[in-house]
Design a protein. Sequence first.
Length: 144
Amino acid sequence: MKARLESTIAIIGFVAGMALTTPAARASTSYYQQFGGESGMHSLVNDFVNRVTSDPRIDFYFAHTNIPALKAALATQFCMLEGGGCKFDMSMKSVHQGLNITQAAFNALANDLNITMDEHDIPVAAQNNLLAKLAAMESQVVTK
């Protein structure tokens, strides 16, 4: 498990660097379709949020969270990031302000997402595209 987490973190860092130099066309709707479109994205997010809210490494961050609202927001955010045409304009800095999120918590969440995407048979290129975009938000999310 530790090796997989370290591998996931290394991949996120590598892909994040690649995403900064890749043409904008990379965020085509084909990634969104590889997630299964709207229904696939909602299914993925549902399973992902269920995983993180029961992960003892990070579940306490979600103790007072409106879970249906979180699922809806993440589905919209992931849709936008993967080129599905959704509009998401929440500030990651504002949303995570005061939560004292650690690097370890951020990494645990990324690991949970990776596991969930694997379980949903999301192609690796689509996974890496999403992970890279999320990794780019790390400085806005990690506050401790």
